[in-house]
Write a protein that binds this ligand. Structure first.
Ligand code: PBG
Length: 324
């Protein structure tokens, strides 16, 4: 036998062979489209830090949800931006607030075509921009925040949401929200837990997207990018508290954790490709430095290859159109 004795390139010689042996696929139904809804907006407001992303009005949200459903996207994750923020984020608990209204509109539009989810956090609603209520020293009060999350979850459930996504990294948030949903009869309302959420610079562009007023950072509750074992601990705790699915966030710098968690839990694992990851690709593409479409598909494929069952991405609807 000649040299080389093995020729792996045979499996790459044509598109047909490559397709036949591809180990990973990205299907539209595996993608979730995050959507932002701004209270009082009469038309979509572009987010300059995230080209192509807008703050929706309640009306334009319906069009976006319809497009996502039409493209075969598996779900939408709704974020609300209230007109009035205060120290306790009280607008988040208002049944007539922006997020319950958005949930209602999304369900009306989507029916059973996709899963309507909501972000369950106070940071868009507090005037200080933190994910919870503060104590006398200006620190986020874990247990007082849990009470607010529990009420907020019930408000979203009453609006019809299929899954809530607690994203504030409070200890015990999944168990507390589960207990509140169960106690009010919302036994089938699911929890997509942001289990391993890192204190990341890659959330930068999102600050503008939700008109955030945050001063300082979230390092006292979100995870340290230096740590991996801690992510597994968080995910296992969340599963124990009743999470129906767990999430890693951001995605690209944390694919080792997607893989690690995938191998240790039996619930679905999601990964959130965040605003900074989106903005980097968009900025490079706008400069002609990168092939936009290839970069997006490669990004989503890599997240799936690492083990994510579900990918949250601002490209969901557009990418679903290419991937069908
Ligand atoms: C908190 C929340 C944030 C994001 C999603 N949920 C902001 C933060 O934790 O700082 C970031 C999303 C993104 O950057 O795409 N409710």
């Amino acid at each position: 036998m000649g040299y080389p004795s093995a020729r792996p390139r045979r499996l790459r010689v044509s598109a047909a062979v490559r397709d036949l042996v591809a180990e990973t696929s990205v299907r539209p139904r595996q993608l979730v489209q995050p959507l932002l809804v701004k209270e009082g907006a009469t038309e979509p407001v572009p987010v300059t830090s995230m080209p192509g992303v807008v703050q929706h009005s309640l009306e334009s949200l319906r069009t976006a949800v319809a497009s996502a459903a039409e493209a075969g996207v598996g779900g939408v994750l709704l974020f609300g931006i209230p007109e009035h923020k205060d120290a306790t984020g009280s607008a988040a608990l208002d049944p007539d607030g922006v997020l319950p209204a958005a949930i209602g509109n999304a369900i009306t539009e989507a029916g059973d075509a996709l899963v309507v989810m909501s972000d369950l956090c106070l940071d868009e609603f507090t005037d200080h921009g933190h994910c919870g209520v503060l104590d006398a020293h200006g620190r986020v009060n874990n247990d007082a925040t849990l009470e607010a999350y529990a009420q907020m979850a019930v408000v979203h459930a009453e609006a019809g949401v299929a899954m809530v996504g607690p994203s504030g990294m409070m200890d015990g948030q999944v168990g507390h929200v589960r207990a509140a949903l169960d106690a009010t009869g919302w036994l089938d309302t699911g929890i997509l837990a942001y289990s391993a959420k890192y204190a990341s610079a890659f959330y930068g562009p999102f600050r503008e997207a939700v008109d955030s007023s945050l001063v300082g950072d979230r390092r006292a509750y979100q995870q340290d990018p230096a740590n991996a074992r801690e992510a597994l601990r968080e995910a296992l705790l969340d599963v124990g508290e009743g999470a129906d699915a767990v999430m890693v966030k951001p995605a690209l710098g944390y694919l080792d954790l997607v893989s690690l968690i995938r191998s240790h839990v039996s619930v679905p694992v999601a990964a959130y490709c965040v605003s900074g990851e989106y903005a980097m690709v968009e900025a490079a593409a706008a400069n002609g430095w990168i092939d936009r479409r290839r970069a997006i598909v490669e990004t989503l494929t890599s997240i799936r290859r690492a083990g994510a069952d579900v990918v949250l991405t601002y490209w969901a609807t557009e990418a679903a159109g290419w991937l069908r």
